[in-house]
Design a protein around this ligand. Structure first.
Ligand SMILES: NC(=O)c1ccc[n+]([C@@H]2O[C@H](COP(=O)([O-])OP(=O)(O)OC[C@H]3O[C@@H](n4cnc5c(N)ncnc54)[C@H](OP(=O)(O)O)[C@@H]3O)[C@@H](O)[C@H]2O)c1
Length: 280
């Protein structure tokens, strides 16, 4: 790629993105410029991938990079935007990875082209879905180039911003939810029956891997897989009936909870960005 790509924030997701893009050979280390509030974290990443450069500041990174990934938490946007705002150009693309920071709010404070992506930890193994929401200033070429980059580390999926939270719950929080479910499955199996943890954990992990393959390569849908395993009147069907009764209300509460927290975060971010705007 003939672009210099900057990453502000090399925490969990910033680092995952940088490493996945290098591993997939979508970017060479020499095409990457990074900055992080705690410099030692950026240094550790640069040392693992010789060729990555560390910018002296976020402002310097924005002065140099063609594209800038903003891999920071919602509460840090105001400070970063204050630093980079005057250097951001209209031909530059700023790519936010933070769901409660709305595209229209970024377009109000930056002259640049804005996109939002919601990556997934599964990009570490070059898999999973990367949600993509284009801002109003992206050209067709910008979209194609960004989608090409994202395709190297997973499957990009364009969505409407109003579905960003629920799609993030599935694609991005999902790995943690699924890992939690598997962990609970193994733990409670042990508590109820005495099955040793060292037996239960590989059982659930290998079961999950096999199930994912059946669904992606084995020609099964979620419904047909359940039907195939749960013969009428059998043990699996009894288990599925219980899960449907008891588990659905929990999932219902889960989505209500993530959306309530999201609405709070959107409002907090919006207030902080508009305060910054009125000061500027
Ligand atoms: N983790 C995921 O699976 C995931 C998935 C999709 C989207 N996201 C989104 O990604 C964003 C980052 O999440 P994360 O899990 O990567 O958080 P994180 O591990 O806390 O990383 C955030 C990084 O931003 C740095 N930072 C904060 N203020 C900065 C500033 N002024 N200048 C430069 N760097 C600054 C922090 O530096 P320090 O080292 O000083 O703390 C930290 O390394 C969040 O908005 C999250 O919602 C995360």
């Amino acid at each position: 790629m003939s672009k210099l790509v900057g990453f502000i924030g090399t925490g969990s997701m910033g680092r995952t993105l940088v490493e996945a893009l290098i591993r997939s050979e979508a970017l060479r280390p020499s095409e990457i410029l990074i900055s992080n509030r705690t410099r030692s974290k950026a240094q550790a990443l640069a040392e693992s991938h010789p060729g990555i450069r560390i910018a002296e500041s976020n402002a310097e990174l924005v002065r140099e990079a063609d594209w800038v990934f903003l891999c920071i938490k919602p509460r840090d946007y105001r400070e970063v935007l204050d630093e980079i705002g005057i250097w951001a150009g209209k031909d530059q693309m700023m790519i936010s990875i933070t769901s409660p920071v709305m595209i229209r709010d970024l377009e109000a404070v930056l002259p640049s082209k804005i996109a939002k992506i919601i990556p997934s930890i599964t990009h570490a193994v070059l898999d999973g879905t990367c949600l993509f929401i284009p801002g109003s200033r992206l050209t067709l070429q910008d979209r194609e180039e960004l989608l090409r980059l994202l395709s190297a580390i997973g499957t990009p999926l364009e969505i409407d911003e109003r579905h960003c939270r629920v799609a993030s719950d599935l694609a991005s929080c999902g790995p943690a939810f699924l890992a939690h479910f598997l962990e609970q499955l193994a733990r409670t199996a042990g508590e109820v029956t005495g099955l040793p943890r060292e037996t239960a954990i590989p059982l659930v992990i290998q079961m999950a891997r096999g199930t994912a393959r059946m669904l992606t390569e084995g020609g099964f849908s979620l419904e047909s897989l359940q039907e195939r395993v749960a013969v009428p009147g059998g043990i699996t069907q009894e288990g599925l009936n219980l899960l449907e009764r008891e588990f659905d209300p929990v999932l219902n509460r889960l989505f209500r909870l993530t959306h309530a927290k999201f609405a709070e975060d959107v409002e907090k971010v919006r207030q902080s960005l508009h305060e910054a705007e009125s000061k500027g």
